[in-house]
Structures are given as structure tokens and as C-alpha cells.
Design a protein around this ligand. Structure first.
Ligand code: ADP
Ligand code: MG
Length: 502
């Protein structure tokens, strides 16, 4: 592969700098991490290398010669390939059709399908990227689709592979075999850039690390000579403060949340039973899209259960609508804050009011009390350290972290007895994630039952008292946090119940 050097790369979007004089070098046969928090500018830098964006300034050198990469096609001609976070396969086509899409196949116009499949099969075997060339992409798991994306690049003779947050969609087992693939690629003379914000991953598999922070170079280190502490310092610019879970004395006179045999009519979910005592965090791990959101919506009353029952402190919720349930003291952090939780064109005060409009504190003589709303929002901004230019600013203009803090402030109003938190830190940087974690732990300390649904296993392990894994609409098992065995959790995430029935 050619040696790569990016020099002084600068890129601005609408006056906001995403990359500022960034330098980035990758050597021969390396697994190189591009590490940084969300928004640090990693994807932008790699999109520039792949010819999706043009840099405003700086240059790219391959084997010490400046090149102009004006499109992905040009990048491929230089043996550079990229797999994006969101895959670009066509579900209705087969694996080999996807891989050869847009290319002239051998024997064109008479495609030798069998020899094509053979070529793809041998490529996939060479690198340990097992996949059936004749399978329809729609029938593949996300992990398998990722392999197809990688084979697609190898088929186009990419020597430098850029993978954007590749492990985000994988179970722990799939991550292990993915790491094996990376090593195989390296030993065959390829170089791989993996974009990530997971320090563990960097330490486990890479040779070198380039760290970006706020669009600028924050460091470059050799993996074998660095540590978790150094990398997190470089990435976030300060030491991480891990929140500690303290044992909470549970109140004996309340039962908390008890869910018994709930299910969705279409069979996509359940039957599911679980209970969360006051002062406990119940974490549900699992690959996204296995019914987690549906379960949350059943508890909130957004969906209706087919049979079963849900009680909160012995009050049956089944016949109650969403609003009545919330009034009983249920807070909800949706995984889709932009469409479920906020009205983007409304300002902070109006968004604060979305759940509280019926609250007597917000009314005077039956009308909305502007002063009370103002005071309540001011208090929220102060307490949750929400960065905003004014309370009348449309929430569209807040960063993701600050939007999430506003939702937390609103949903935590009136000391809820139950909080359902779906992917509460998705897309947030480490600082904002820390404050979300602190809020959840404070709730727990205050005797609230918390249902935490997250695809981030580290988050689940850090916060939960009990851990369940969801797969195919069912809870596979519930394990106390202290007994958790990661291999076991990984198998459950993939849908296997070790030593037992499927
Ligand atoms: N196409 C775009 N238009 C406007 N802003 C963008 C675009 N792409 C990225 N940005 C902004 O550039 C910054 C860096 O983003 P990105 O490169 O995606 O970061 P990372 O991949 O490290 O999370 C962010 O503030 C992001 O909002
Ligand atoms: Mg990115």
C-alpha cells in the first residue's frame, strides 16, 4: 500500500470549523485508530481522504506525491476504500451482485456468475470474512453486511481501508472475529484506519493512534506505549470521573415497577416479565432493534399490550393513557430525542412545558403562568448546566448534549418513581454522557426505579444493578451485575442461550 500523509487539512461547514490544520499519517501494514469524541471531526477528515468532501486547505500525499482526490472513484483508483457507519448495500440484490455493482464483470456482457461467486468466495476465505456470495443481502445480519462492505473494497483492490465506527453494530463475539479479520488484513499488507471513540478497542487491536479533539490534533501515540488514562486525557482533555454506584437502601413499603407477561399482538415482542424495585437500575443490553423500544413504549402506554399487566407501586397502569401514567410519576427519555421528545422550533421554555402544561405549578387562575415557566426553565438551565444563549432560543440550535439535558430536566421534574431511559447517551460526547449517568445514579439514590435500555454495554455494566439481555423480542436472561460474564452476555446478545434451549 502507498504511504499516506494528510497535511494541514482544514474544513469548515457554515463557518464552523470541523478540521483545523489536521495532520495525519498512516504507515505500511498498520491498524491505525482515529480516536475522538463525537463531533471531533474524525468522519470529516476521512470523508476528505475518500473524496466525498474537498478540504478548504491542506494536501494529501501518497508515496510522497501530492494527489487530488476529487471523488470516491479517484480514491479507489489510489487503492483507498471506506466503509461508512451506515451501510450502502442494496438489500434486494445478492452479495456478489452488491460487490460487483457498477463494475464490469469478467466475461462482460456475458457474466460468468459462477466464476464471480468463486472469486468472491476465495477472497472471503482468504481474510476470514465468511459470507455466502449467493445470499440476498436482506437476509444477512448486520455483522455479515459489514463483511460484504469490506469484501466489496477488497474486490476493488483497496489497500488502505477506512472503517467508520465499525464495532458499533457488532456483538462482543462478532467484535472478536472482526479483530481477527483486521489482523489478517494487516498480515496481507493492507493498512486499516478504524474510527472509534472506544479506548478499550484502541488498546486491544491497533498499532498507532491519532487523537482528534474539537477538530484539531490532540496527540499521536504508539499503542503499546500508551494507557487508558493517557488516551482519555488526550481525547477529552481532562481526567474521567467515574461515577461510583453505592448500595441503596430500598424502601420496603413500595414495590416499584412490576411487568408481567406483556406482549405485542403481532408477536414481535414478549411475553416479557420483569420487576424493578425502588432504588434499582435495571439495564437491558442487546443489539438495537430487538424490541427494546417497543418494551419501553408498552410501559409508557404508547403501545398496547396483548394481555399481561403492568403495575407501579401496586397501581395498575394497564387502563391508563400516556398522560395519566406520566402523572403517576413516570419520566421518559426516548432514544429519538429529535422526533419524540422535543419540538425543535419551539424554545427552551415551551419545550420545558411540553410535559408540565397540566401541572398546577405552571398555572395561575387557570391560565399558564409565564413567570413560573420562566423560573422553572431558569432553574433547569442552572441545575443541568445547559449551554444556551437564551431561554427563548429554539432548541434546534442547542447541541445534542444540551438538548438531552433539557429533556432530563423536564422528565425529572417532580421526582419520578420510574424513569425509562432509552439510549440516553447516544450521540453525546463523554462530558454530556457523564452528566446523564450522574442524573440516573441520583435518581437511583433517591429511590426511583430506573429502566435503562442501551446498546452500549459499558454503560449498562457501569450503571445497572441487574442486567438483562434482549434478543428477538424476548428477555434472554436476568443477571445481577456482580455475576456478569461478558462472554455469556455476548452469546445472549447473539440469541444463543448457552447450555440451554434456544
Ligand atoms: N455535512 C456537514 N454539514 C455541516 N456540518 C457538518 C457536516 N459534517 C460534519 N459537520 C460538523 O463537523 C463537526 C465534526 O463532525 P464529524 O466529522 O462528523 O465528527 P466525528 O466523526 O468525530 O463525530 C461536527 O460539529 C459536525 O456537526
Ligand atoms: Mg463520525
Amino acid at each position: 500500500m502507498p504511504s499516506l500523509e494528510m497535511r494541514n487539512i482544514t474544513k469548515t461547514f457554515f463557518g464552523k470549523s470541523a478540521n483545523q490544520n489536521v495532520n495525519f499519517t498512516v504507515g505500511q501494514s498498520q491498524i491505525h485508530a482515529l480516536l475522538g469524541e463525537n463531533g471531533a471531526g474524525k468522519t470529516t477528515l476521512m470523508n476528505i481522504l475518500y473524496g466525498i468532501y474537498q478540504a478548504d486547505g491542506g494536501e494529501i500525499l501518497l508515496d510522497n506525491e501530492a494527489v487530488l482526490i476529487s471523488s470516491p472513484k479517484v480514491a479507489i483508483s489510489h487503492h483507498i476504500g471506506m466503509v461508512h457507519q451506515h451501510f450502502t448495500l442494496v438489500p434486494t440484490l445478492t452479495v456478489s451482485e452488491n460487490i460487483t455493482l457498477g463494475l464490469k464483470s469478467p466475461g462482460y456482457p456475458f457474466v460468468h456468475r459462477r466464476s464471480l461467486d468463486e472469486k468472491i468466495r476465495s477472497l472471503s476465505q482468504k481474510y476470514g470474512l465468511e459470507v455466502d456470495p449467493t445470499a440476498l443481502v436482506s437476509s444477512l445480519s448486520v455483522g455479515q453486511q459489514q463483511r460484504v462492505e469490506i469484501i466489496k473494497l477488497l474486490y476493488r483492490e483497496a489497500k488502505l481501508l477506512i472503517l467508520d465506527e465499525p464495532t458499533a453494530v457488532l456483538t462482543p463475539q462478532e467484535v472478536q472475529s472482526f479483530f481477527t479479520v483486521l489482523k489478517r488484513l494487516r498480515s496481507e499488507g493492507h493498512s486499516v484506519i478504524i474510527i472509534t471513540h472506544h479506548i478499550e478497542e484502541v488498546l486491544a487491536i491497533t498499532d498507532c493512534v491519532t487523537i482528534l479533539r474539537n477538530g484539531i490534533n490532540a496527540g499521536e501515540v504508539v499503542t503499546s506505549r500508551t494507557s487508558k488514562e493517557e488516551l482519555s486525557m488526550l481525547m477529552i482533555g481532562r481526567k474521567l470521573q467515574r461515577e461510583q454506584r453505592q448500595p441503596v437502601l430500598c424502601s420496603q413499603d413500595r414495590t416499584g415497577l412490576v411487568v408481567t407477561d406483556v406482549a405485542l399482538k403481532d408477536g414481535r415482542l414478549g411475553p416479557i416479565s420483569l420487576s424493578i424495585a425502588p432504588g434499582k437500575i435495571f439495564g437491558i443490553a442487546g443489539v438495537d432493534g430487538n424490541g427494546q423500544k417497543e418494551l419501553a413504549e408498552l410501559i409508557l402506554g404508547i403501545r398496547k399490550s396483548q394481555g399481561g399487566s403492568i403495575t407501579l407501586d401496586d397501581v395498575a397502569l394497564d387502563a391508563l393513557g400516556i398522560h395519566k401514567r406520566k402523572n403517576l410519576g413516570i419520566g421518559y427519555i426516548s432514544d429519538d430525542r429529535l422526533s419524540d421528545s422535543l419540538v425543535l422550533d419551539m424554545d427552551l421554555k415551551e419545550n420545558m412545558l411540553l410535559k408540565l402544561q397540566g401541572n398546577n405549578r405552571m398555572k395561575r387562575y387557570g391560565l399558564l403562568d409565564r413567570k413560573a415557566i420562566q423560573a422553572c426553565t431558569e432553574q433547569a438551565v442552572k441545575e443541568y448546566q445547559i449551554k444556551t444563549s437564551s431561554l427563548s432560543c429554539p432548541v434546534r440550535l442547542l447541541s445534542g448534549g444540551n438538548q438531552q439535558k433539557l429533556i432530563l430536566a423536564r422528565e425529572m421534574e417532580g421526582s419520578p418513581r420510574l424513569v425509562v431511559a432509552c439510549q440516553p447517551t447516544r450521540g453525546l460526547d463523554i462530558g454530556a454522557s457523564e452528566s446523564v449517568h450522574k442524573v440516573l445514579l441520583d435518581l437511583r439514590a433517591g429511590g426511583c426505579s430506573v429502566l435503562l435500555i442501551s446498546a452500549d454495554l459499558e454503560e449498562i455494566l457501569e450503571l445497572s444493578d441487574d442486567i438483562a439481555v434482549m434478543h428477538g423480542g424476548l428477555l434472554m436472561d436476568v443477571i445481577p451485575n456482580r455475576d456478569v460474564d461478558l462472554t455469556y452476555v455476548g452469546l445472549l446478545m447473539a440469541g444463543t442461550r448457552p447450555g440451554g434451549m434456544q
